[in-house]
Design a binder for this molecule. Sequence first.
Ligand SMILES: *Cc1c(COP(=O)(O)O)cnc(C)c1O
Length: 464
Amino acid sequence: MNKNLLKSLPKMDELLENDKIKKVIESSMRVLVIESLREAIDYYRTGILKDKITELNNEEIVDYALEILEKKKQNKLRRVINATGTVIHTNLGRSILSKQALEAVENVAVNYNNLEYDVEAGKRGSRYSHIEELLVKITGAEAGLVVNNNAAAVMLILNTLCKDKEAIVSRGQLVEIGGSFRIPDVMAFSSAKLIEVGTTNRTHDYDYTRNINENTGVLLKVHTSNFKIMGFTEEVDLETLVKMGKEHNIPVVEDIGSGVLVDFNKYGFIPEPTVQESIKKGVDVVSFSGDKMLGGPQAGIIVGKKEYIDRMKKNQITRALRIDKMTLAALEATLKLYLDEKEAIENIPTLNMILSDKETLKQKAFRLKRKLSSKTTEFSYKVETEYSMVGGGSMPTETIEGYAVKFTCDKMTPQQIEIALRNNKTPIVVRVNNGEVILDVRTLKVEEFDIILDALVNIEKKLK
Ligand SMILES: *Cc1c(COP(=O)(O)O)cnc(C)c1O
């Protein structure tokens, strides 16, 4: 170990006099700059002690401190680029918002607003009134209410309609979603008693009717969003459940999961239940997420019969589950687009990406390939058909055909490239398959192509 080198490590005061540091302190928090310098000095000290560093240069220490500072200044929650092709990516923030939603959020977030003020009457109003009319218009339901997310919605429904009573659910529908939402747990929280009926693959009418008694609170149907049971299966359909509910005067509740408001069947997809259909069939209460197929912000939407929604509005728990003004603004703007299906598909990124036509995706992939090949030489690129997923527990068995740029490099494994891209300043999340790195253009914006190019240029520089 070199003692002289250790002695010549600069002191904090000395580094604070460095021109680059003086300049950066003008625009950064002093504590962060000092913290970064200290970490940089520590790094060099450890290096010297381990004989890994054999010469010192203050400029180098300063540059390293500036690198640390840059990372400290970045928010922990930040943008990433989704090149996986999975549109509603649960780990990457589910749906991204439309321009219209963003504008609405900005407008209410940096200004005062009428969140709980009835402008016409000049007195206190309800935060729920802004959105109820739209929900009614779009879904055909009598009334509507919005809470934090669909898990909260299901909890509120059960707590209001089924507290200390029995909720009958088919065993085939006792789902877990994303690890944290499990129907039996939600039941327990809401003080509803779960009555499981039928078997995993088959549930019949009589499974329900046999179990209905004076203490039955609701008949619950849960959409098995993220898996499909195939083969010898049977579920009781909604019409039958509704009929049963009417006969026994018990509300039928449906957790439909992904809030599909557009009939995807007509665009060639396997039919997914739409909210409008369930309401039309007479389901009393339907709940769904705002940030799955609906393509809006995180929210739990409840629509249905007025008598039940009114009871939920009065439930004390609602106060604890209420949504924020920014969410409300984004949701209203998103729902407004649904008044015209064409507008919705054009402007809501989730719908737009799912329904992108193959030719457009092909052109987009070739454009990305051209851009990448024009400035990098170490990677060999090709454009090929690729299959993406909708994600978010929606349409689990459906793959959508599109296009991707796939590439390899003689000097790096695809796994190494994946790691390097993930650790880019703006992380780029890709898939690796068959020894190739895959950039699925379905979930990429054209504006993001330059970021990908820069990242690959930087990776290439390090190879030389
Ligand atoms: C996703 C999902 C939920 C949970 O919704 P969040 O909005 O994530 O709380 C509940 N039920 C079903 C059927 C789902 O698909």
